[in-house]
Ligand binder design. Structure first.
Ligand SMILES: Cc1cc2nc3c(=O)[nH]c(=O)nc-3n(C[C@H](O)[C@H](O)[C@H](O)COP(=O)(O)O)c2cc1C
Length: 223
């Protein structure tokens, strides 16, 4: 098992998975540990759904049908400012180009780019997907922070045991479809999905690791 620090270094977004299931016992261990995440006043505002097997196949089919019918994503919240500040936009563009390059898709390859987009809506064909939600009537900005802690714990817990994951805003593109498939309370706000499983080792896109800014660009010691 990797240490916390080693897990942080080892984790990266995985976009091609082996079909094999992660043992239920390992998933339970990871979820149990992830639930130790802190939250303001210990409110633990998250709800987590693990979707797999025939339930995931049915959800995937409805997501792909919506995507193929050209339905615009209709997430329940806006993730980022629109437009992004120019420096953020530059990094976002670099990631987009990097992913496509590692998949052998050129800028001119419209069909290839659409096929890549489509893979988001089949959750990268992962054998499992977590869906993270919270109470849509009660949330504040800090609720997203609390939920982010558990999402990161899940990713790091998976990485510590050698599994891979991809956090996905795209997985909450159609909240009405999620509401039909998941036993969520009415009014649940779906925040993100997390596709996970065993990484396919020889898939070039899985080796893609977007660069990080040097520490000096965002970290300052005061005093
Ligand atoms: C909340 C969240 C949502 C994301 N949504 C998507 C997504 O829908 N599709 C995707 O391919 N990657 C998605 N990503 C992955 C980011 O592109 C990725 O984390 C970033 O480029 C850094 O790369 P790394 O995770 O490999 O370190 C998401 C990441 C986060 C944190």
């Amino acid at each position: 098992m990797l240490s916390a620090l080693d897990s942080m270094h080892a984790r990266r977004s995985i976009r091609v998975f082996e079909p094999a299931l992660v043992p239920a016992e390992a998933i339970r261990r990871i979820v149990d540990a992830a639930g130790r995440a802190p939250s303001s006043k210990n409110t633990q505002p998250w709800r987590l759904f693990l979707v797999q097997g025939v339930a995931l196949a049915a959800l995937r089919a409805d997501y792909l049908a919506a995507f193929d019918a050209g339905e615009k994503p209709r997430p329940a919240y806006r993730y980022s400012p629109d437009p992004l500040p120019p420096a953020w936009q530059a990094r976002a563009k670099e990631v987009g180009i990097g992913i496509l390059k590692h998949k052998g898709i050129t800028r001119e390859d419209t069909a290839g780019r659409r096929a890549h987009d489509r893979e988001n809506f089949e959750f990268f064909d992962a054998p499992h997907v977590f869906f993270l939600g919270t109470d849509g009537a009660a949330f504040g900005h800090g609720t997203f922070l609390d939920c982010g802690f558990i999402l990161d714990n899940l990713m790091l817990g998976l990485a510590s045991l050698g599994y891979g994951s991809c956090p996905q805003y795209s997985a909450v593109s159609y909240p009405d479809i999620l509401a039909r498939h998941l036993p969520a309370d009415a009014g649940t706000l779906f925040i993100a999905g997390l596709a996970f499983g065993t990484p396919k080792q020889d898939a070039p896109v899985n080796s893609f690791q977007p660069a990080r800014l040097p520490l000096e660009a965002w970290f300052q010691v005061v005093g």
